[in-house]
Design a protein around this ligand. Structure first.
Ligand SMILES: Cc1cc2nc3c(=O)[nH]c(=O)nc-3n(C[C@H](O)[C@H](O)[C@H](O)COP(=O)(O)O)c2cc1C
Length: 209
């Protein structure tokens, strides 16, 4: 399986060279994320692409992750602060159209979802949304590796700082996790030449029953 080779090739890059990732490839990664799975299928997060150096300098201030600034592009996975009934209803309307169903054709599913998310606290819904964003992150890692684009997934950043600078609260979002994109600086990244460390597969996974 070619994916295994791509995953062996990738590593969490610490230093990038100055080459930029083409817009076409960034768009392919975004499309892969959009196509990945989410619980209930309602995609409760958004991906923001930041390339402006000044904004990135502000975002990365105080973080140990130089890759926030020194990479080609920065993807910010931003999850919903709450799951509203309006959002679910709008999403279901869109689904009905995309599946050529009559309006109201997915009403039963819509009611199930609105009932479920209204019964939860919005804090619980936001945590659930965060988990969906991480599924997107995993897909982005694999998609970028296939394109031979280097990446760094990052939790080492000030989420509140991101929310403020990017005005995320007003958009009903909060920053969850980052992914920088670019091309490795093989000579200056100590990690570029290290062997990948992973558990023996028998310890990591088991066929049970
Ligand atoms: C959710 C998540 C958050 C991470 N946060 C950081 C980070 O803030 N800075 C960093 O340099 N690496 C970060 N990493 C990279 C991990 O340290 C790295 O994936 C792990 O050590 C395995 O190595 P590999 O990805 O190079 O195979 C993060 C990885 C994940 C999945």
């Amino acid at each position: 399986m070619e994916l295994i080779n791509h995953l062996k090739w990738r590593y969490a890059t610490k230093k990038y060279n100055t080459e930029k990732v083409s817009e076409e490839k960034v768009n392919q990664i975004l499309e892969a994320i959009n196509l990945t799975a989410s619980s209930c299928g309602i995609q409760p997060y958004r991906v923001l692409v930041i390339s402006n150096p000044e904004i990135r300098a502000q975002l990365g201030a105080g973080s140990f992750n130089g890759q926030i600034v020194n990479s080609s592009h920065l993807l910010v996975f931003a999850a919903f602060n709450e799951i509203s009934i309006t959002y679910i209803e709008e999403y279901i309307k869109m689904a009905e159209k995309q599946r050529n169903l009559p309006e109201g054709g997915m009403d039963e599913f819509s009611k199930k979802l609105t009932g479920y998310f209204s019964a939860n606290t919005q804090e619980a819904n936001a945590i659930w949304a965060n988990k969906q964003a991480y599924i997107g992150l995993g897909t982005a890692l694999a998609a970028a590796a296939e394109l031979k684009i280097d990446t760094t997934p990052m939790e080492g950043f000030d989420a509140q700082q991101f929310d403020e600078i990017l005005g995320l609260k007003a958009k009903g979002l909060h920053a969850v996790v980052l992914l920088s994109l670019g091309y490795r600086d093989t000579e200056n990244d100590y990690f570029a030449n290290l062997a990948k460390v992973r558990l023996p597969i028998e310890e990591f996974s088991a066929f049970v029953g």
